[in-house]
Ligand binder design. Structure first.
Ligand code: MN
Length: 407
């Protein structure tokens, strides 16, 4: 990949090279208007201000609907304009601004949110807690399990997460109060681009090219509300109080070097899910800071390291399954992977699993079973391949029970 002339673009630590070019939106401080931008190095390229040198989309959703050829053309154009080969930089230089200090938002309107359950390790360990004799339900190996979440409460990182109230199981009768079991879920969020009409399923072999990009996603969960309400219709208020996504959408094209073989299904799978395409291997971490650790100036504690390569279903299978009954997916629909958990408990993507046997102690001596007020969770992810600048996904950060704007 060619080098870029933009400050920080060739820095492997930043992971925002010419091979990445994620999209975001920012609020222009002078006009207060929302503008689309691409990330390069330590900068944002304001796509409105750069309009004189190329045709850029004015709204993300319309452009995402146009499909992979339009996406590839814009990507190639940006890669050339921002490379050292391009000597005509005047307009572009004026359209660059530092990322630091800007308020970022997800670039597209999130139309619908569906959350899958694609980590077999996660399903197995959560199942063990409730049904030790038969942790996995009989459908797990056949059905890419999911539920319809709520788009209105999907917010951009950094999120101020309010500890929700809800019904909680009691000894004699339930009570209504603040959740005492607030948790995060480390997930990948896939953004749909090209749409399928209602009634027309997407064949699995065509599914990958409908996905536009990916962001880190935190499916905040209130475990006590969830465990009391989830039968018989599944997750509801234990989930829909907040879901946060990184404001950066990494194009699927940037993740090509990190695609990996789909996970084997020893029992086989039904025909419409075969030709699964590939998975995505991204290194993922969950980092935690507390009010006390920040007051002492300590760095975030990394509490989980895992990889998305082990997800049991590929993104193509999720799209094929979601549309197999004719359900129509829209540009800007968000598909969560489900909690990404590795084979060992230390690689678990949520506290429900990490602290199932016992609370853990943080390096500063504090104990945690679930999140406390002031805790801040940061999801971090990146792809690494030989000879490439790493592609670092935008962080997904949220702090529990702090006043918005006070960070
Ligand atoms: Mn989830």
């Amino acid at each position: 990949m060619a080098e870029s002339w933009v400050f920080g673009a060739n820095d492997p630590e930043l992971g925002f090279g010419l091979n990445h070019l994620p999209f975001t939106a920012f609020v222009d401080p002078t006009s207060g208007r929302r503008r689309l931008a691409a990330g390069i190095g330590a900068c944002l390229l304001d796509l409105v201000a750069a309009e004189d040198v190329a045709q850029f989309p004015s709204t993300m959703d319309e452009w995402m609907r146009q499909g992979p050829d339009a996406w590839a053309a814009l990507r190639a154009s940006l890669q050339y304009l921002l490379s050292r080969e391009n000597k005509d930089r005047k307009v572009l230089e004026a359209a660059l601004l530092p990322i630091a200090g800007t308020v970022l938002e997800n670039p597209c309107a999130i139309r619908n949110y569906t959350d899958f359950y694609a980590s077999r390790n996660h399903a197995m360990r959560v199942g063990e807690m409730f049904r030790p004799e038969k942790p996995l339900l009989e459908n797990y190996d056949w059905v890419p399990i999911a539920y319809h979440g709520r788009a209105s409460s999907v917010v951009s990182s950094p999120a101020a997460v309010r500890r929700p109230m809800g019904q909680i199981r009691g000894d004699v009768r339930p009570r209504f109060g603040l959740t005492e079991r607030l948790d995060y879920e480390l997930e990948l969020g896939y953004f749909l681009g090209t749409e399928n009409p209602l009634g027309e399923p997407v064949p699995v072999a065509d599914a990958d090219k409908r996905l536009f990009g990916l962001s880190l996603l935190n499916d905040w969960s209130a475990r006590d509300i969830q465990s009391w309400e989830y039968q018989p219709l599944g997750p509801f208020l234990g989930k829909n109080f907040c879901t946060s996504v990184s404001p950066w959408v990494t194009p699927m094209a940037a993740l090509e070097p990190f695609r990996c073989s789909a996970v084997a299904h020893p029992e086989g799978m039904l025909g419409y899910l075969q030709e699964a395409g590939q998975g995505v291997s991204l290194r993922l971490e969950v980092r935690l800071s507390t009010a006390k650790s920040r007051a002492r100036g300590m760095a975030d504690f990394t509490i989980t390291r895992t990889d998305s390569a082990e997800l049991y279903w590929t993104p193509a299978q999720m799209v094929a399954h979601h549309t197999s009954n004719g359900c129509n997916l829209l540009a800007g629909d968000l598909l969560g992977s489900g909690t990404v958990s590795g084979a060992t408990r230390e690689e678990a993507g949520c506290l429900l699993e990490l602290t199932a046997l016992a609370p853990f102690s943080l390096p500063n001596g504090e104990m945690r079973q679930f999140l406390e007020d002031g805790d801040e969770v940061t999801l971090v992810g990146w792809g690494e391949a030989a000879g490439e600048i790493p592609v670092r996904l935008g962080d997904c950060r949220g702090r529990v029970n702090v006043t918005p704007g006070s960070r």
